[in-house]
Every structure is written in C-alpha cells, then in structure tokens.
Design a protein around this ligand. Structure first.
Ligand code: M6R
Length: 607
C-alpha cells in the first residue's frame, strides 16, 4: 500500500527520502513522487519502480533539506504520473502526500471546481490540497486543520508549502503515521522501516491528531487545535533485521527466520515445570474469562488461517465455542456480539483496515478485545483491550511466512493459558508446552531440506493448477499452502478439507492437476490415505507432507517431504514450512517478483 516519508533537517533531503521510499517498497506500489521545498516547490514523479524516480532525481541540481515523498498503490485513477503524489495546489505553493481514502471526495471536488480550482489528477487525494489552499492565509497547520474538518474517510498526510519552508505538517485518521525524532532533524513515515536507519526514537500519531514538524522539534494537537502530549517510544528492531541477510529474497530469509522468531515469541512465557503460561499485557484474567460465553476471531488472509487453527486449539484446550470470521465480512453482517463475547483479532501489520474495522465494530457492541499482533505500536495494537505481541520481527516479503508460525505459536500459548484457567490439566499443559519448546529446533531440520524441496518444486513448476488437501487441523495448513502458491507464483491453487474433495473437486483431477496432501501421522491419518488412493486411482500426481518414518506414504505419493514428529495439535507449525519453501522455489523457477508479487500490498490499509 501507499507509503509516506518526510524529512526536515540540515542534510540533503532527496537522498533520505529516496532511501526511505526504497525501504517501503515491500508494501507494494505502482508509482512514486517527491516534493522538495527549495525556493519554490519542486516536484518529480514517476510510474513503476523507485529506481525510475531516482533516475529523474539524479539530474536535480537544486539542494534542499526539507521534503516529502510517497509511493502510491492505485485506488482512484490509474497508476500514472498525474495521479502519483505529491499533489499540488493551483498556485503550486502547497504539496501534499496522502495514504488512505477520502470518501466524500466527489462532492468536495465539485464544490472546489465551482470555486475555480483546477484539478490535474483523477485521485480522491487531490481535493485535500485544494481545500488546504482554500483555507491558507499564512499558517499551514491552521489551514490543514480547517480542511480536514470537511473530510470523511481515512488519511495519513504530510504537507509542505513554499510559503512556510521551515515546517512540515502531518495528520492522521485511520492511516498510520510515525514521527521520527532526531538531533537537529526530524522525520515522518507511514512505517518505521523508512526512517530506522536515522533514528530509533518515534512518536506515534493518534487518529485525529495533527503535528507540526520543524528542525528543532515536533508539536502536536488534536483536530480542534488543543495541544496533545506525546511520549517518545524506542524501536527495538535494528536495521539488520529489515535487510536480506545474504538471502536472495526477503521471503526466503523470513522462512529461515522462523526458528528464531518462534524462540523470541516463546521466551519467558512458558514455565514447563509448573505448566504455567505468563502473558503480560493480556489484561484478561479468570474473572473476565468466566464472563464470556464465546470467542470470535476476526482476521484476513494468512492471519485468518492462523485464526482457523486457533479454533481447533481453543475448542480442544479451553472448550469455549469459537468462531472464525473474515474481518471484511464480519463488520457488515451486524454480528451478534455483546459483553459476553471475546473478540480476538490477528494481524501481522496491525494496520489492516478490515481487521481494524471488525475490532471497532465489536468494541462498539461491548465485546472484550484481544490482539495477536506483530508490529509494536500499530493501530490495532493500540486499540485492543489487551493482547500478545508475536515478536516475529519485521516481515518485509508480501507473502506472510514467519508471522504465520509466530501467530500460531502465540495462539497456542493463549489457548494453554485460558485452558489452565478452566479445566486443562497441568500434565497436559506440560506435555504440550514441552513439545512447543522443541518446535524451533524441529523447524531447523526441515529448513535443511530446502534443496530437496527445490528439486520437487522444479518438477511441478510447470503446472497451472493445484489442489491442497488436509484434514482437521491440517486443513487450514492446506489453505495456507494454496494461498502461498497463488500469491507468489500466480498458479491457481485451492485448499480443501481432504474428505470434501469427493463432493466436487475430484472432478478436476487428471495427470495435469497435481495435489498436495498435508498428512501428518495423527488420528485421521488412515482416512486421509484413503483420499490419496482416490486421487491415485484417477492418475492424479501427489506431493505429500508427512511425518518422518512414515514408509506407507511414499508408496502412494509421487514425492514426499518429511517433517519431524510432534504433538498432534502442533503439526501445523511443522507441516507449513515445506509448503512455504515449495511455493518459494516454484515462484523463483517461474521468475516472478517473489517479494513484491503483482497486485498485492504488504499492508492492506484500504477497505
Ligand atoms: O497484516 P495482516 O496480518 O492483518 O494482513 C492480513 C493479510 O492481508 C495478509 O495475511 C495477506 O493475506 C498476506 N499477503 C498473506 O501472505
């Protein structure tokens, strides 16, 4: 999705802004632009990759130490230079970059055109800069505040004016914005990754807050101009964590990060001797648990798959009715939620618009809310009543990998914790906890098979369709495997519960339609074997992800990838790893843009 970077200080702003935009590339974008406050405003824009913008900026003679920049992911209007941000006022003295969507832009645009404003783009954003121009009488912040009063929708904005060259004004409502605090320089970014190489001290802007940023400091106020007090937070991710670390792609690095990501998330949370789980920040104890009669989980994409797994975990270990909802559907269904409902939202970014809306819908109806979140200080993390950070570290590849396993591990700890507050026995908690603590080492053994998995991937990379099948707790893993393949290799892949296959999808099977079976040696193993026989009888090719030592499976499947033995409830944490590697190697073989697949964005901050 769109990205914002702003700089004011004494260094060459252009270089800092371009570097910042590059660090935001992973979020997905299709055009980019930059505005420098020199004597007048100077703007450069380009379609496509940041390097196109960089080339245009090479010949830029003017130097400036104040500027704003943007990567745009098209919503209103095609990815063209005219539609790229920054947008400028009619007199060219104000420039603005914007993330989010202005819902009433059409009415505002008509009003502004009647007043004589001339529009240069098809975007919803452009109304903002004309509105600010309309209100501007010398005080940029005041004009921004007045303009925002007419706006419905979401925004994270940064605004500069050649009339006030010593400041940048920023504001947010529903679209993340952080302010970086430096020495004799300050920064704005929609994501800390953009500014982390300069400062690890940030101020998180809240919704309906406006900031004025100068070389010497940052002041903030609410949308009615009342000053607000802000704390400076320290980011504990280092730069190395957001770089590739020798791997060809972020996705491959992040797949290999998983053992450490899980260790980080588990650290200090499990006391195996007593079967106790320590979860600070949950704000949800025995009294609150007694008060609820159901759990609803809302999330999107891969996080939704983690939610589907959590349904098994909560029902097995806590025995509380649990439902999993697509966040985007939940919010418009008028869901039956009340103060006896616990809503758990799961989000890597903590900024997904649909998940945030589901959270607000449930909160509005009195539900208690918990978040399973990766990005510290993100909007969802700040709006939930309590929750757990998964501590997976920054996830840059658009295809989520380490966040998924860290989410599942966190949800398992949460289920054990809730289970202990109800009827889960200490021995069973200890048994599962011990198995969970072994998972990072076991993932390491699977990662060593990457080259073997690559050979299998090369055999199958030419196929156009795949069916992913699994049963019970392996069914969400099948869905996740299929999502990974389609996202990054653009191959059609569907996930199904394996027994459901005979009710329809089996009609698709022929020698050109391979299936991937997630078939660990658990209580339903024999039943899944029968499903595999059904595919074999129709000459379907099969890859199996199975448990080490299972000789039977190799007689049926064409190719088998083995994972170590673990507790039945924990198998997804192992079986998902070969599926991630398989998708990765297929995508590389098909020469797709693995880390930034077409049409996708890392953080989906629009509805
Ligand atoms: O940041 P979130 O976890 O809320 O994101 C949810 C989905 O957009 C995300 O999981 C998406 O499906 C990924 N591209 C999956 O790889």
């Amino acid at each position: 999705m769109c990205g914002i970077v702003g700089y004011i200080g004494s260094k060459e702003a252009k270089d800092i802004l371009i570097e910042g935009l590059k660090r935001l590339e992973y979020r997905g974008y299709d055009s980019a632009g930059i505005a420098m406050v020199i004597k007048d405003l100077e703007i450069k824009k380009s379609v496509g990759k940041i390097k196109n913008l960089q080339e245009k900026c090479c010949n830029w003679e003017s130097k400036s130490s104040t500027g704003i920049a943007h990567t745009r992911w098209a919503t209103h209007g095609a990815p063209t230079e005219n539609n790229a941000h920054p947008h400028t006022s009619c007199d060219g003295k104000i420039a603005l970059v914007h993330n989010g969507i202005i819902e009433n832009y059409s009415a505002l645009r008509s009003q502004l055109i009647k007043k004589g404003h001339q529009f240069k783009s098809e975007t919803d954003t452009e109304v903002l800069v004309h509105l600010i121009e309309d209100y501007f009488t010398g005080d940029l912040k005041e004009a921004v505040i007045k303009a925002l009063a007419s706006v419905e929708g979401t925004y994270g904005i940064a605004v500069v004016s050649s009339e006030c060259p010593d400041k940048i004004v920023a504001a947010r409502n529903g679209s993340p914005l952080v302010l970086g605090v430096g020495k004799g320089e300050n920064f704005i970014a929609s994501d800390v990754a953009a500014i982390l190489s300069y400062t690890d001290k940030v101020i998180y802007l809240d919704d309906k807050e406006v900031a004025e940023i100068t070389i010497n400091g940052i002041t903030t106020c609410d949308i009615e101009s009342n000053p607000t007090k802000k704390e400076i937070s320290k980011i504990d991710w280092d730069l190395e964590a957001i770089e590739k670390g020798g791997f060809d792609h972020f996705m491959l690095k992040e797949i290999h990060d998983q053992p450490q990501a899980l260790r980080n998330g588990l650290a200090g949370r499990i006391d195996v001797k007593t079967g106790t789980i320590h979860l600070g920040g949950l704000n949800f104890g025995v009294k609150e648990l007694k008060n609820i009669d159901r759990i609803v989980i809302a999330a999107c994409g891969t996080s939704w798959h983690a939610g589907l797994l959590a349904e098994f975990l909560f029902e097995n270990l806590v025995a509380i009715p649990t439902e999993v909802e697509y966040a985007s559907e939940f919010r418009y269904r008028n869901p039956v939620v009340n103060d006896k409902t616990l809503l758990i939202v799961i989000s890597q970014s903590g900024e997904t618009a649909d998940t945030l809306a589901a959270l607000r819908e449930a909160k509005g109806k009195g539900a208690k809310t918990l978040g399973i979140i990766n990005v510290v200080g993100s909007t969802i993390a700040r709006e939930v009543d309590g929750g757990m950070y998964i501590h997976a570290g920054p996830e840059i590849g658009v295809a989520s990998t380490k966040a998924f396993s860290a989410q599942v591990s966190a949800l398992l700890m949460l289920a054990l914790h809730f289970g202990r507050m109800r009827n889960l026995s200490i021995p069973k908690t200890i048994e599962i906890s011990e198995a969970l603590l072994k998972i990072p080492d076991q993932i390491e053994t699977i990662l060593k098979q990457s080259e073997e998995i690559k050979k299998i991937a090369l055999k199958y990379a030419k196929f156009r369709d795949f069916l992913y099948l699994g049963r019970n707790i392996s069914y969400p893993v099948a869905l996740e495997g299929a999502l990974k393949l389609k996202e990054i290799s653009y191959i059609h892949a569907e996930g199904y519960p394996s027994a459901e296959m005979k009710h329809g999808p089996i009609a698709l099977i022929d020698p050109d339609f391979p299936s991937v079976f997630v078939v660990p040696k658990d209580s339903l193993y024999e039943k899944v074997l029968s499903n595999m026989e059904e595919i074999k009888a129709r000459s379907g090719k099969m890859i199996a992800v199975a448990t080490e030592g299972d000789k039977e499976i190799a007689k049926i499947a064409d190719d088998t990838i083995y994972v170590p033995k673990t507790h039945d409830l924990l198998t997804p944490l192992l079986t998902v790893i070969p599926l991630q590697l398989f998708s990765y190697h297929v995508a590389v073989a098909r020469e797709t843009d693995v880390d930034k697949p077409r049409n996708l964005a890392k953080s989906v901050t629009v509805e």
